[in-house]
Design a protein around this ligand. Structure first.
Ligand SMILES: [Fe+2]
Length: 220
């Protein structure tokens, strides 16, 4: 994504994908949604929520968001079903610091850990340009992009070159495919988030939101 791109609203249509369409293959990298997040208001004023968990496989194995701590057994099982142990995950990304997204970071103590703008290995924190708006490249096709607004330090993970085009694992930059009525109430800085959303809509073909199934972006 180009951080300097003009922030004119992107004319587009969203195609909401069914919960069965969760895998986006590619010759180098593939993206799979392991768990579709949700956010369901309850009659007593509470709401049930969990964050989407996604896995990127290719030259690097990258987990993007880990769900809440209650997802521990689910996550271990989902990785095992794909022939992976926790130590096979080389990079774990928390798109932001909310508890329904980063509840299982402790399963991956040896992984490069990126949470918001913090990049660390064990207790060693590395300089990164994320706070200055710069993209953190993992390699040619996978990058971590600052997309602030929902919190002060949100990131998304962009994977280019899949058969579906560019996939953006967006955390709560987008709540769901149809989130126009909901995202602002959950946003720390709606103007900043709107700018981040428009930049995402300019470049992504598939967006994986934080609390719903993926959707396709059709620009006109
Ligand atoms: Fe959140």
């Amino acid at each position: 994504m180009d951080p300097d791109a003009a922030l004119v609203p992107v004319r587009h249509q969203r195609i909401c994908l069914p919960e069965t369409e969760l895998d986006f293959s590619g010759s180098l990298y593939s993206v799979s949604v392991l768990k579709v997040g949700y956010c369901v208001p309850q009659s007593d004023g509470t709401f049930k929520a969990d964050g989407t968990i996604s896995l990127i496989r290719g030259p690097k194995t990258v987990l993007v968001d880990t769900g809440g701590s209650w997802d521990r057994d689910f996550l271990l099982r989902a990785l095992k079903d794909r022939g992976l142990r926790p130590e096979d995950v080389q990079v774990v990304v928390g798109t932001h610091g909310h508890s329904d997204h980063i509840g299982n970071l402790s399963l991956f103590p040896a992984a490069l850990t990126i949470v918001g703008y913090d990049v660390s290995e064990g207790d060693t924190y590395q300089p990164s340009g994320l706070a200055e708006g710069r993209v953190h490249l993992m390699d040619e096709q996978v990058s971590v992009v600052p997309t602030p607004g929902h919190t002060g330090q949100d990131v998304s993970v962009q994977v280019t070159g899949t058969s579906a085009g560019t996939v953006l694992i967006a955390g709560d930059l987008f709540e769901s495919c149809s989130d126009e009525e909901t995202w602002r109430k959950l946003s720390l800085n709606p103007a900043m988030q709107e700018a981040s959303r428009q930049r995402a809509l300019q470049s992504a073909d598939i967006i994986i939101p934080g609390h719903g199934p993926p959707f396709r972006v059709m620009r006109s």
